[in-house]
Design a protein around this ligand. Structure first.
Ligand code: AMP
Ligand code: GLY
Length: 421
């Protein structure tokens, strides 16, 4: 089969690498791709992930047999709908089903209607009403923009003034454009977080090994939020008892709720959990693989990802198709100096071969080739993943490999996984 993957980050590199292992896949394309993905796929940098018409045209021109739409924005823009309408099989939810991620109000309404545990919350379309509601509440409190906001549309406010400022920026300042026109103000939940990525075909939902992300930029979960500074799997917080409750109280009810609302979710449903004193609750759903969780989860998948994706699309997913190694994996993100604030690109990268000689896999997130030299081209530059028999072993191996890699201004957290080893 000739397969096209949409996207160009570390997550897409992990998806491409896994698909390249499949005996079913004999040609792999990636749009736009990046310098690392180019080692396993033919990249098409001129077709951007949000260019739905360009993606359909590319798939037709190249006689592609199957497309995997990985990032949130093309899913929300209806990329899977457009491909399927053109007769091209595609993996990922329809734009309607992708509202599980692209509208926090859509998913909150679904959770409330079907009794799925989550933070109690109120919706506001009017700034003055949101501000006067905040006068009746106490901090900490959470303010969320309704729509997609590059992972930055959530403010966990420590004071009511901070919450008011967030509301004003979103609703009056237009900080996230249309995404911030409606906001949710919600109860601040307390607990540890875990991610459960699930393959879902609309009939069957199959959780992958649970993982943990590290969203803050500095050690000890300090500093501003990022796209994710590292991840590991499996999560020791996701005990058999937590897994049982999550399946019974969240995963199966979510599947039933989506069907009861008349839509079929096919793709990866990302369930972000807060493990509270009252049990697991949903922080958010995403309609896709997580980044960087995927770079820790897919290396442990022992089944054929292509076969799973086809089964999801054809609604013949079976639990027995999804198998994971009884091992652990850790992914350390190397970021540009200044990230998540301003940073410069174009810094020469060295040491990837040395890192890989140690047995690690180096996923490219923001890199490009400039006159034959690999240089930085993004905030998050590389994800270094190692596996091991234990989480400690995986974390140590990933750090040993990550320390081989150098570029000016590079920074990484030094405590990925350490709280749970
Ligand atoms: P989200 O984009 O919805 O994943 O939110 C980003 C982060 O904000 C989450 O990973 C949590 O750490 C935090 N967060 C979101 N909602 C809540 C909540 N209701 N209570 C506490 N923390 C939250
Ligand atoms: N790791 C968070 C996300 O993918 O949204």
């Amino acid at each position: 089969m000739k397969v096209l993957v949409i996207g160009g980050g570390g997550r897409e590199h992990a998806v491409c690498k896994k698909l390249a292992e499949s005996p079913k896949v004999d040609a792999l394309l990636c749009a736009p791709g990046n310098a690392g993905i180019a080692q396993v796929a033919t990249c098409v940098p001129e077709v951007k992930a949000t260019d739905v018409a360009g993606i359909v045209a590319l798939a037709q021109r190249e006689h592609v047999d199957f497309v995997c739409v990985t990032p949130d924005d093309p899913l929300a823009l209806g990329c899977v709908d457009a491909l399927e309408a053109a007769g091209i099989p595609a993996f990922g939810p329809s734009a309607y089903a992708a509202q599980m991620e692209s509208s926090k109000i859509f998913s909150k309404n679904l959770m409330e209607k079907y009794g799925i545990p989550t933070a109690q919350s109120e919706v506001f379309t009017d700034c003055a009403a949101a501000l006067s509601y905040l006068d009746t509440q106490s901090a900490p409190i959470v303010v969320k923009a309704d729509g997609l906001a590059l992972g930055k549309g959530v403010v966990v406010a420590q004071t009511i003034d901070e919450a008011k400022q967030a509301v004003r920026e979103m609703m009056e300042g237009g900080k996230f454009g249309k995404s911030g026109a409606r906001v949710l103000i919600e109860e601040c939940m307390v607990g540890r977080e875990a991610t459960v990525l699930c393959f879902c075909d609309g009939r069957t939902i199959v959780p992958m090994v649970a993982s943990q992300d590290h969203k803050r930029v500095f050690d000890g979960d300090k500093g501003p939020n990022t796209g994710g500074m590292g991840a590991f799997a499996p999560s020791p917080l996701y005990t058999p008892e937590v897994a049982r409750r999550t399946t019974e109280e969240i995963l199966l009810p979510t599947l039933r709720a989506m069907n009861a609302e008349g839509f079929t979710f096919k793709g990866v449903l990302y369930v972000g959990l807060m493990l509270t004193a009252d049990g697991p609750k949903v922080v958010e759903y995403n309609a896709r693989f997580g980044d960087p969780e995927t770079q820790a989860v897919l290396p442990l998948l022992t089944s054929d990802l292509m076969e799973i994706m086809m089964a999801v699309r054809e609604q013949r997913l079976d639990e027995s198709m999804v198998r994971f190694a009884d091992k652990a994996a850790a992914c350390i993100i190397l970021a540009s100096g200044g990230y998540p604030g301003k940073y410069e690109g174009g810094k020469a990268i060295t040491g990837i071969d040395a890192a890989e000689k140690r047995g690690a896999t180096v996923y490219h997130a923001g890199t490009k080739l400039s006159d034959g030299q690999l240089v930085t081209a993004g905030g998050r530059v590389l994800g270094v993943t190692a596996t091991g028999d234990t989480l400690r072993g995986a974390v140590d191996a990933a750090y040993a490999a990550a320390r081989e890699i150098h570029f000016e201004g590079a920074h990484m957290r030094s405590d990925i996984g350490s709280r749970d080893c």
